[in-house]
Design a protein around this ligand. Sequence first.
Ligand code: ADP
Ligand code: MG
Length: 686
Amino acid sequence: MAAPAAPPSVLKLKGVGTALASRLARLNIHDIRDLLLHAPSRYEDRSRITPIAEARGGRVLIEGEVVRAEVAGRRKPVLVCRLQDRSGSIELRFFHYASSLRNRLLPGTRWRCYGEVKTGRFGKEMIHPELMSAASGPEGIVPVYPATQALGQKTLRRLIGQALEILENAPPWLPGLPPSCFPEGVFLPLPAALRALHSPPSGAAIPLLNENRHPIQRRLAFEELLAHQLVFQGQIHLRENSRAPRLLLTEKGLRRFTAGLPFELTAAQRRVFAEIRQDLERTVPMGRLLQGDVGSGKTVVAALAALTAREGGCQCAFMAPTELLAEQHWRTWNGWLSPLGVRVALLTSRQSGKERERLLAAVSGGEVDVLIGTHALFQKEVRFDRLGLVVVDEQHRFGVDQRMALKSKAEGHVPHYLVMTATPIPRTLAMLRYGDLDLSVIDRLPPGREPVETRVMSEDKRHLLLQRLRRWIGGGRQVYWVCTLIEESEALSAEAAEKTAETLEAELQGVRVGLVHGRMKAEEKDAVMDAFKAGGIDLLVATTVIEVGVDVPNAGLMVIENSERLGLAQLHQLRGRVGRGGGKSYCILFYRPPLSDTARRRLAYLRECHDGFALAEKDLELRGPGELLGTRQSGDLRFRLADPVRDRDLLPQVREAARWLGRHAPEAIPPLIAFWLGEGGRYVEV
Ligand code: ADP
Ligand code: MG
């Protein structure tokens, strides 16, 4: 099939040269489609002119005649202008202005102004209003776009206006979906919907528009979600039409493996492994997401999959998010697998020269069965002999590109693919993140694991907490102290963590305090974590970097500062770091009083609830989507207009429409994906 036509660059528009194009690029606007999909961040009602006497606050449109205009102030000239209508007068103030404005705002001229009315020292005033000629027609509902300093509303409106005109000629890159794939009442042709997005019909409900819930916006969100769903559907289709090696695990192999474990597999672990095993026996590549709360025991299930690959004569690549975790997995897997003759190797950035060459040769020569590492695994020089299984731990740290690169390392066939995540995502949202993957869930923790005892404590009681830490550490045990400073920069949170470590060191004489934060180099971080694991550090001050999978069983107590600021799911993940060894473990949610009602309820809920999924749902209910699909976790999930949480009620219909299109109008799919995902169309290539 020919590639769908691409929308023309913004350079094709009148008045756009390379300078303006590069300013547009800063808003991620590169072509006409990007302009069309540059949605207003809000809408203003300019359908009515307010008499000046009635304008008492808020943003309004006024119109009047200039009665006086002068430049006041010596060092910092301000252009001050009095505008009058029949009802009264108002002062307009311009702190920055072009000299031409001074020459145009002459007494006797009439102007229309839009801006915020304030009451200042000299009565009513409007600062930097938007100025229009009084001769211009009424404006109606006006969009306000996300803009930058170098690129204002007027330019954006002008360019988007031009882009909308291009739509009139039915350009070939504009997708056209049959109305019947839309649910009842949602359809509007795409050009009409885009036009309405940028200039809503007069009388449209502005509050709805500003909440992004207007039918026009829902119509567009539906189409965007549909495009994403179709990508997944396409990936599933591609996968089902590719071939993978059949990997069989004998009962004997399974028994030998489990006999070597220091524990029994739980029923949940056995169930999800059965699902994986069934997939691996097929010649269709597996694509499976293994979801399980922190500590639920995903690693051992993955190791079984690796053993299966080996028995099937294939290699396994196991990718971890950090070198430290890769090393931890390597130790564990070695313990489990090497007694069975499986050759497990670790690829790290520390290996160099001859050592690295030798390892890579062993991998490409098929002398290594399982290769563990970070994203270093998909560097060009890493070649496998017969890669049959790819396992990725904590997927959200990897981009789609990276995961594709690793898959493409298996020549001739597509390897089976297993992703593990501890991020609890409600099922509906999981469909959007991992819509191409089948889902297996470990829903029970291994037995004998006592839930982490969680306490909520005010910072007023710091001295009591310190007493307790001294006793705890005196008893030979270790502590995590987590500093959180969200919404601030990485640098600031690193600084805060440094201060906290200093303070604690002074307060807790004799206690060995360590520090780890996101600004440190990977080797530095690893060195600190190693020391903590080895018991050379009693109390580890950390930013939220410790969140992912590090296992230090002797650290059974965690203090989380400013806990009221974090999402429940994230707090739960942090808390999962303790409670890994024997014995009781504790998490102290330290907060700065006063605590709001919502915050109090949230923390109380966390104290009682130990189910990551329930907590994620609660977050969704109490704090909205940002927590779950916040930038940190969203990774490759980018939407232009849709919000998968806000619009999640559309999802069942989206799935239905995707199936319908696949069956009845497959030719409409590629242009749709190209339009909405643009570059992201690469998702489609397995
Ligand atoms: P996660 O799912 O967070 O990756 P891990 O796989 O690291 O969890 O397992 C957490 C801990 O539980 C490890 O120390 C592991 O050895 C142990 N574990 C795993 N399965 C079981 C089991 N069935 N019974 C007891 N302990 C188990
Ligand atoms: Mg893990």
